[in-house]
Write a protein that binds this ligand. Sequence first.
Ligand SMILES: [Zn+2]
Length: 63
Amino acid sequence: MDNFYTKTKCDCCGGSLDSCRIMSMYSNECFCMKCKSEEMKKSDYEDAVKKDSEEHVGKQKFR
Ligand SMILES: [Zn+2]
């Protein structure tokens, strides 16, 4: 996630991230708005969001 804000191109389609950049819920990839909305259409997207937040909570506990 370190280079999230320095990326200039979408990891999915290679498009410009000038207007908007969004982190993938499935990986540390950085998506443009278009690819993110495609990702959100996936049937298991809600599960991925839930899993992601649970992982963050778990990490904080061990600090
Ligand atoms: Zn894209």
